[in-house]
Design a binder for this molecule. Sequence first.
Ligand SMILES: NC(=O)c1ccc[n+]([C@@H]2O[C@H](COP(=O)([O-])OP(=O)(O)OC[C@H]3O[C@@H](n4cnc5c(N)ncnc54)[C@H](OP(=O)(O)O)[C@@H]3O)[C@@H](O)[C@H]2O)c1
Length: 338
Amino acid sequence: MLRLAVIGTHWISQDFVTAAHLTEKYQLTSVYSRKEATGKSFAAAFPEQAIVVYTDWQKFLKAPDIDVVYIASPNSLHFPQARDCLSHGKNVIVEKPAFVTAKEMQTIVELASQKHCFYFEAARHLHEPGFQKVKEILTPAPEILGARLSYAKYSSRYDAYLNGEEPNIFSAKFAGGALMDLGVYGLYCAVSWFGFPQNALYYPQKLASGVDGSGLAILRYPGFDVSLAVGKNYDSFQTSEIYTTTGTITLPTITGITAIDTYQRSSQRRTTLSIPLRQQGMYYEALHFATMMLAPEDPQLGAAYEELLALSIQVNQLLCQLRQSGQIILGPDKEQAR
Ligand SMILES: NC(=O)c1ccc[n+]([C@@H]2O[C@H](COP(=O)([O-])OP(=O)(O)OC[C@H]3O[C@@H](n4cnc5c(N)ncnc54)[C@H](OP(=O)(O)O)[C@@H]3O)[C@@H](O)[C@H]2O)c1
């Protein structure tokens, strides 16, 4: 059983803990919050567990009964928090986008290796059956002619932004914005399904706060392009599509895939494959991470971990390249430049 701690007490942490408990491989022991009352109210949702609430960062780091920390704080805080946890020998599961700069990513990867700890980026869709099924369909790789990926959802926090506030997700200091938030899902799809692109450009629609409310990315591969539309200030109901020499694969969404529609040009037939998905979508990643952490000597699981790590590094590299092309400068970029 893995003794679990969480940082950040918003709904996503509650979802993760619920999913983690469903796997029967984790037990929530600790919560770190800036305020005792917030931590206690979070812990109250899990009354069957004995949970310690920490508001003192150093005491939290020294707590002996924590094997793994799930970090779901604003994006720019992921790095210092993950670094401190790893330095104290604790495995970390870091919400997407795990880190902002390539230097942050490199530091964490090196530290995790030095400390014999695991670092996982919580890109939940990667572990879902639908995502894996698309990967299977694309193996061995057919000749790809292009893809259009889309993920845009109006954020309830955009209303607050329009009212003159600066919620973390629309703040440059906290490394928010559409590409950093929803864009990560599409980049994981692209890198995982098609490889790392030759070239990548991002055309953001920037808000006055300096982050992108929406934008379009073009990823250029030898012989084809992948476009990615992202937005946090509009809702899109557009499907995503992959074009190959033999037909078209249509996905209703790129996360939580529950159906894959395939059109075969030679027969002009369309078939739809239904994919079952658990209601607690984070179950799959929680289980996958636990399996690896509980068998650190298993060579097959070790290879799977290395593959995940390589993917996380590549997605961070691509995010940096796209942000640079779109001239999106976030808090950690500025700190690093000092
Ligand atoms: N995988 C998914 O499906 C999914 C969905 C949503 C979000 N996420 C990711 O989860 C992370 C958190 O997102 P969120 O929307 O929950 O963020 P958030 O509401 O802005 O902040 C999350 C938590 O961090 C703490 N926090 C907030 N502002 C802070 C500050 N200024 N300084 C220190 N701590 C602060 C708060 O916990 P305390 O008050 O207890 O300290 C808060 O509950 C992001 O990386 C996001 O991308 C992932």
